[in-house]
Design a protein around this ligand. Structure first.
Ligand code: F6R
Length: 247
């Protein structure tokens, strides 16, 4: 695990976009595993800038997103499909047919999970998986639990996760209670992983993830076992690591 410390969110976003951009330059038909939430928004803005400046070409890129709320249609303004369209896909030359987000509304949830696992395999695996991290160290929506779940699955969101995400909805009652998420094996099979974290609210999760024991109660801690995992975090997110003298 390589840890890159940045002064602030802006520097974090630029560095993250540089790494993602380099993957796309080296492999124009790369499969990018993408994340939503507030953390990657700055990174997506930088990628859009790279495209506008003619440095990045997404025409052959394919993408698979980590997760989607159960019950939300793709045109719901809080669905992760909508998020991806508005924060990245609508602004670069990616072919939307090559972008994938789990469906939040299929009748047969189990079949959807199987379809998504197969899709990732059919694409030849993920070249780079971008991750944010929850305050409880979740990745995707793999919440702390007693075992790592391998494949795409339906998960019941922790109250803390729903509260954290309520800022995007009119009220907490509107935050879905369940979501589809890639599992830990889907994520760990990516050739390269890029985890981003900013702000004091992530300091404990970042410390536990990078320096604590590997256990499903701290889902992101499994990333310590990945051969090519880069963590980019700002000073606030790394503050506990510094306080504990491990960085
Ligand atoms: C989003 C996702 C989540 C978020 C995490 C952090 O696709 O999978 O794991 O990355 O909840 O969210 P933010 O960035 O909003 O703090």
């Amino acid at each position: 695990m390589i840890i890159i410390k940045t002064k602030n969110y802006e520097e974090l976003s630029k560095k993250a976009a540089d790494i993602i951009g380099s993957v796309v330059v080296l492999k124009p038909d790369a499969v990018l595993g993408l994340a939503t939430g507030s953390t990657p928004v700055g990174t997506y803005k930088e990628l859009i800038k790279g495209y506008e400046e003619g440095k990045l070409d997404f025409s052959k890129v394919k993408s698979v997103n980590l997760d989607e709320y159960k019950g939300l249609t793709g045109d719901h303004d809080q669905s992760y499909r909508y998020f991806m369209n508005t924060n990245l896909f609508n602004h670069v030359n990616i072919d939307k047919a090559n972008t994938n987000v789990p469906s939040g509304i299929v009748e047969d949830g189990e079949a959807e999970c199987e379809r998504y696992n197969q899709l990732i395999k059919d694409l030849g695996g993920i070249d780079l998986q971008l991750l944010g991290i929850g305050g409880n160290a979740h990745i995707g929506f793999n919440e702390p639990c007693d075992e790592f779940v391998k494949g795409t699955h339906l998960v019941t969101l922790e109250e803390g996760t729903r509260e954290a995400n309520a800022r995007f909805f009119a009220s907490i009652d509107e935050v879905p209670t369940q979501a589809y998420t890639m599992g830990i094996q889907n994520i760990m099979s990516a050739k390269k992983i890029l985890l981003l974290a900013n702000g004091k609210a992530k300091a404990q999760a970042v410390y536990d993830t990078c320096f604590g024991p590997i256990k499903p109660q701290v889902p992101a801690s499994i990333l310590q076992l990945h051969e090519d995992c880069i963590v980019i975090a700002d000073e606030d997110a790394l503050s506990l690591c510094v306080e504990k003298g491990v960085l």
